[in-house]
Structures are given as C-alpha cells and as structure tokens.
Design a protein around this ligand. Structure first.
Ligand SMILES: [Zn+2]
Length: 188
C-alpha cells in the first residue's frame, strides 16, 4: 500500500496514548461486552487501530476508495502532528445486529436505538462505507480538512462517523442529518 513510513512509525508510537483516549461514543461503550463476544473477524476493534492496519478486518474490508482516501488524509494529518485512530470500520451483519440489540437494551426501544445504530441491512459500516475516527484532535482535524478529501461527517450526533462523499472536494460536505434515523438510507 502506498503510504509513508513515518506515518506508520508515528502511529505505532502513539498507539498506547490513543487507547486511553478512545471514542466516548455511548453506543460503543454500551457494547464492550458485545465487542468481546465478537472477534476481529467480524469487524470488532477491541483497541483502536490505525488506517494502515491491513491485518484488521475492520480496516482491510473498508471500501478501497474510502480506505485510500483515509490513508492520504491520515498521512497529511500526521504531518500536522495529528494521528487518526479507527474505533470502528467494516462490520459483519452479525456483529452489527449484536450492536443494535445492545443499543436497544441500553436506550429502551428500537426507535431510540435507531438514532445511534443502524440495522445490518442499512448500515454503512456493514457496507464498508463508514469509519469511526478518534481521538478528538483527529476529529477536529477532519472537521476542518475532511471536505478537501471528500471525507464528511454525516450525522450531527456522531462527530466520529465519516463517510466518503467525493463531490465534497468541489462542493463541500452535504448538510448533516440530525442522527441516523433521519437518513433516508436507514428507512429502506
Ligand atoms: Zn459510525
């Protein structure tokens, strides 16, 4: 894969730091038991990994265009002293369903859970088209520079969730949905 060696080295060096600064996503913290039950082969990310971690299915199974773009952005961010970590990426339908069930029990209803976790057949994570990025300085970097790469935050309530919107390079990112339940893709 085309990426600079310095980015990898820096990523390894800061990996320990990142595990203590991982996503504060309430949906994902609710699912720590589910994460342990479902292994990496299903897309679980027990510890944050970098966008260069080819051996992790959550990263390796991302859409190739999204992954290449993330690597380009991460390399440029590293030059600014900012490291990207992946808290979630591709997920198997089985793992996504487990996450959804955990959210339903946490939030008390399908309707409330749908504001945080999509179903397996509508999730952009299952399609390999979404990535959850941390820690907060990486999100701040993406919020400022992501559109230049076509990387866009999609939901206002999920500042960690990014997808590829190539048209954003010219037009800027599209308006965000308040949460996934407002996304027409989740209403199929
Ligand atoms: Zn996400």
């Amino acid at each position: 894969m085309a990426h600079s060696e310095p980015a990898r080295t820096a990523a390894r060096r800061t990996r320990l730091l990142a595990s203590s600064a991982s996503s504060a996503s309430s949906a994902s913290s609710a699912s720590s038991a589910v994460r342990r039950a479902f292994g990496k082969a299903h897309g679980a990310v027990p510890d944050p990994v970098t966008v260069f971690d080819d051996e992790i299915p959550a990263v390796a199974n991302l859409d190739p265009d999204l992954l290449a773009t993330l690597r380009r952005a991460a390399t440029d961010a590293a030059a600014d002293g900012v490291e990207f970590f992946v808290n979630g990426g591709w997920r198997s339908p089985e793992y996504q369903e487990q996450l959804r069930r955990a959210a339903v029990s946490k939030y008390g209803s399908d309707k409330e859970a749908a504001r945080w976790v999509s179903t397996p057949d509508t999730s952009a994570h299952v399609a390999g088209n979404a990535v959850d990025i941390g820690p907060s300085d990486a999100r701040a970097w993406l919020s400022e520079h992501g559109a230049e790469y076509g990387l866009c935050q999609i939901y206002r309530n999920e500042p960690w969730h990014y997808e590829l919107r190539p048209e954003a390079v010219d037009d800027g990112c599209p308006p965000m949905y308040a949460d996934p339940s407002h996304d027409p893709r989740t209403r199929r």
